[in-house]
Every structure is written in structure tokens, then in C-alpha cells.
Design a protein around this ligand. Structure first.
Ligand code: 5GP
Ligand code: ZN
Length: 119
């Protein structure tokens, strides 16, 4: 797929196989892979293969694809054995939330007690 330079990012490169990652699930439109700096025993990133900046812009541009991102996250959590004990899905948006990669990604977190509210 040809992408405009402005749309290239680290997660586009992981989707393209140009940067290595440990892939957990690979559906037609969504890729799930281990976070390189895990914050919980299960910490998986779930991303649409197409480049969208954040969860709000994906919801506006392609709500069906956002639904697939969330469905894939639930499958990853189920497969990790988290269905009963619970898990968290986090979409950081913008600098105050600490979004460092401007390609929407859900953090699937689980396998330990997760504090609320988060720090
Ligand atoms: P954000 O802070 O943008 O919500 O989350 C970005 C996440 O991407 C961080 O949790 C960070 O550890 C992860 N990350 C950054 N670079 C890489 C990488 O090269 N590979 C993988 N698998 N994860 C990365
Ligand atoms: Zn991207």
C-alpha cells in the first residue's frame, strides 16, 4: 500500500512488517502486538492497520473499524484468560494523556489489579 509520508509512523511500519513486533492477533483490518515496555503481565496494543491519529478521529471517519478494534481487544483479552478477572482498554489521546504515537492504539492491560483512578 502506498502511504503519504505524512501518514507514515512507527505503527504503520509495524503493520507493514518493516519494524519487528510480537504479533498476538492479525485480522484483516486490525493488528495486535505486545507493547515493548509492558505495564502489566498482559499489555497488548491493538491498532487498525490504516493510519488514523486517535480514537476520536477514527470514530468520526470509520466507526465500523473502531468496533473491530474493540472486538479484537476483547478476543485478545479472552485468549489471555482475562475474561473472568477483568481487563482494561485505554486509548490515550494527546499530550496530557501521554499519547506518544499518533496512530490510534488501544492498550489492553490485565493480569494484575489495576488501580482506579489511574495515576
Ligand atoms: P502511548 O503512550 O502513545 O499511548 O503508547 C505508546 C506505546 O507504544 C507505549 O506503551 C510504548 O511502550 C509502545 N511502543 C513504543 N515504541 C514501540 C515499539 O517499537 N514496539 C512496540 N511493540 N511498542 C512500542
Ligand atoms: Zn500510522
Amino acid at each position: 500500500m502506498i502511504r503519504a509520508m505524512s501518514e507514515r509512523c512507527l505503527f504503520c511500519d509495524i503493520v507493514a512488517g518493516e519494524v519487528p513486533a510480537t504479533v498476538i492477533r492479525n485480522s484483516e483490518h486490525v493488528l495486535s502486538f505486545l507493547d515493548i515496555n509492558p505495564q502489566a503481565p498482559t499489555h497488548v496494543l491493538v491498532v487498525p492497520k490504516a493510519h488514523h491519529v486517535d480514537v476520536g478521529s477514527l470514530a468520526a471517519d470509520n466507526p465500523e473499524l473502531l468496533g473491530e478494534v474493540v472486538r479484537e481487544a476483547a478476543r485478545v483479552a479472552d485468549n489471555a484468560g482475562l475474561a473472568d478477572r477483568g481487563w482494561r482498554l485505554v486509548f490515550n489521546v494527546g499530550p496530557d494523556a501521554g499519547q506518544t504515537v499518533l496512530h490510534i492504539h488501544g492498550h489492553i492491560l490485565g493480569g494484575r489489579g489495576l488501580a482506579w483512578p489511574p495515576g
